[in-house]
Write a protein that binds this ligand. Structure first.
Ligand SMILES: Cc1cc2nc3c(=O)[nH]c(=O)nc-3n(C[C@H](O)[C@H](O)[C@H](O)COP(=O)(O)O)c2cc1C
Length: 347
């Protein structure tokens, strides 16, 4: 077995990280989240089999400001995961994350992603193979279990840590749960108690009070945020400062425009680049429109659920705020056009 080094464990200690996300973890968006204080950023999921055959290369790119950027690999063959990790590190990955939580049918039916939670020993062999192949910090992302009757995150985490993982990211849901119910942080806490490498707690972190609650109720000290930063990239600033930030309408437009500028810089400011940027902005608006200026009283009123589980109608009153809160796709197109034209408050 390979013991994790203290330095590599330290890499994942006391961090607030942007979770790996397909689409959401695009380079321009990671750049924005990094500016707002994400300690670690991570690539979208990279399929190791494709990577070793020469594909997926665009997903390995990162922005210079992402000084702790990692690449997430998914696969079920030791050799391809090890080779994929070498390729990623050669191209600048500062850490590797292995995805054993992916719920997608196409991946799971072939024995990858969350399917490996059912085979903890095989999973540990894969961790050991990657550990032996690269000497950057290595994290492993798991779920509470494959299904309700197989909540084996503790067993999986103990084996993965013994096989050389420097940190375990635990999303407190099973493969089957999707987002209907709240994440189960009892299991996240159990894992943190059972192993002596950092645990990155993951699930439903939206407000600074969510983080304070998890810090108070569990031994978890590192955190991973996914939908929270898709709704508001400034979530990292709020988490660091321990207090909410309520941007004005003009500030929100400015942040969206900054994202557009980063997207055009990355994708190219020509017809093709603009069309791709448009698709990304429209995609992000499905999350951005969900932002609401929640207060600590709202947080307490909604316990034990996180406010991320709440669904609300668009805000009434100020038409500009109502537009930004609209779920209507026609409104999202309007926002896109106004972003491009510079036709917004404060522009
Ligand atoms: C749009 C989207 C894409 C995601 N893609 C990935 C992925 O590629 N790899 C991964 O490990 N998890 C992925 N996830 C799961 C998140 O990393 C995270 O575990 C989950 O959303 C729970 O965290 P949250 O409650 O903060 O959203 C994705 C989540 C979202 C919302």
């Amino acid at each position: 077995m390979f013991a994790a080094s203290a330095a590599d464990r330290g890499f994942f200690s006391d961090v607030i990280a942007m979770a790996p996300m397909a689409l959401g973890g695009n380079l321009p968006y990671r750049r924005l989240c990094r500016e707002f204080g994400a300690d670690l950023t991570c690539s979208e999921m990279v399929v190791a089999d494709k990577l070793v055959k020469g594909g997926e290369r665009a997903l390995l790119r990162h922005h210079p400001t992402e000084d702790r950027f990692g690449v997430q690999l998914c696969g079920k063959h030791a050799e391809t995961l090890a080779e994929g990790a070498r390729i990623a590190v050669d191209r600048g990955a500062r850490f590797i994350d292995l995805n054993f939580g992916c719920p997608i049918d196409l991946i799971v039916s072939r024995g990858g992603g969350a399917a490996l939670l059912k085979r903890p020993r095989k999973l540990a062999e894969l961790v050991a193979a990657v550990r032996a192949a690269v000497d950057v910090p290595l994290s492993v992302k798991i779920r509470s279990g494959y299904s309700e009757d197989r909540l084996n995150a503790v067993e999986v985490a103990v084996l993965a840590a013994a096989a050389g993982a420097d940190a375990i990211a635990v999303h407190g849901r099973t493969r089957a749960q999707r987002y209907k119910r709240s994440a189960d942080w009892r299991i996240v806490a159990e894992v943190a108690t059972a192993i002596d490498v950092p645990v990155l707690g993951n699930g439903d972190l939206l407000t600074p009070w969510d983080l304070a609650r998890r810090r108070a109720e569990t031994p978890v000290r590192s955190f991973l945020i996914a939908r929270g930063c898709l709704i508001k990239p400034w979530v990292f600033r709020e988490m660091r400062e321990g207090r909410p930030w309520y941007p004005t309408v003009a500030e929100r437009w400015a942040i969206m425009r900054r994202y557009l500028d980063y997207a055009l810089e990355h994708l190219g400011d020509d017809g093709k680049g603009r069309e791709r940027a448009r698709r990304f902005v429209i995609w992000h608006l499905h999350f951005w429109h969900r932002w609401r200026p929640y207060t600590e009283a709202d947080f307490h009123a909604h316990l034990p659920e996180s406010l991320i589980q709440k669904r609300e109608d668009p805000a009434a009153g100020d038409p500009e705020a109502a537009l930004l809160a609209s779920a209507d796709e026609a409104d999202h197109e309007r926002i896109w056009n106004r972003l491009v034209d510079g036709d917004f408050p404060g522009a």
